[in-house]
Design a protein around this ligand. Structure first.
Ligand SMILES: [Zn+2]
Length: 243
């Protein structure tokens, strides 16, 4: 394993055009639980599976129940960036990392200082009124008590919707386009904390044209044979070795 870490460090050292693509594993190391996980209490608390609650139809038809789940399961305001978030921000500051592409909606990359972040699934930090389009931060949504528990616009009383991509909804074209361009232009592509089974991760990798594809994941993935370097270790351990 040390040999692989050394190879990783060498790749980072020699490149000034690195793109990082991260999945849920980046955030779980900050203690953020996967919202899909169903503990013993889950079925007592919710009558529907998470994938159904976090769908567009459900949001429109059962807004109150949507927000009960959303406010309990997706509030990431109390969590802090971990070593991976921090190192990526440092590497961007140093001119080495050009973009971070993430499937997470918690905003921890920005909290760590990353600037060029493509959030494929949106962010809990952006919310808007469906009627007048006024924008609200996450604090407004998570920390205010609303009648019926549904966050309402303080200007027009309209229902607020998080700028999070729900099931049945398409990804933002500008975000996807920016991510694809970053990947196409990248010299090094590091993929971490994802098994690459979730759309669109598997599709986006196809755009990479370089010969330094690094996969960091606890377990093997079906893309391992495509990669130039595979490290089966926790992300934090690997990024903790840089510098
Ligand atoms: Zn409004």
């Amino acid at each position: 394993m040390d040999e692989k870490i050394n190879e990783f460090k060498d790749i980072i050292e020699k490149s000034n055009n690195i793109v990082f693509f991260g999945g849920a594993g980046v955030s779980t190391e900050s203690g953020i639980p996967d919202f899909r996980s169903k503990d013993g209490l889950y079925n007592q608390k919710y009558d529907y599976p998470p994938e159904e609650i976090l769908s567009h139809t459900f949001f429109m038809n059962n807004t109150k129940e949507f927000y009960r789940f959303y406010k309990e399961k997706l509030n990431a305001l109390e969590y802090e960036p971990n070593i991976t978030h921090k190192k990526l921000a440092e590497l961007e500051e140093a001119g080495k990392v050009k973009a971070v592409i993430t499937q997470n909606i918690d905003g921890l990359h920005q909290k760590a200082g990353s600037k060029n972040v493509f959030e494929l699934h949106g962010s809990i930090h952006r919310n808007y009124c469906m009627k007048c389009h006024k924008c609200f931060d996450a604090k407004y949504v998570f920390e205010n008590d609303f009648e019926d528990n549904i966050p309402l616009c303080d200007k027009c009383g309209g229902v607020i919707k998080p700028d999070v991509v729900l099931y049945e909804e398409g990804l933002d074209d500008n975000v996807v386009g920016g991510a694809i361009k970053a990947i196409m232009d990248a010299d090094v592509l590091i993929i971490g904390g994802t098994s690459l089974t979730v759309y669109p991760a598997s599709g986006l990798i196809r755009y990479y044209r370089g010969d330094k594809l690094v996969l960091i994941n606890r377990d093997a993935t079906s893309f391992d044979s495509m990669a130039n370097l595979v490290i089966n270790m926790p992300l934090g351990k690997v990024f903790g070795e840089i510098y």
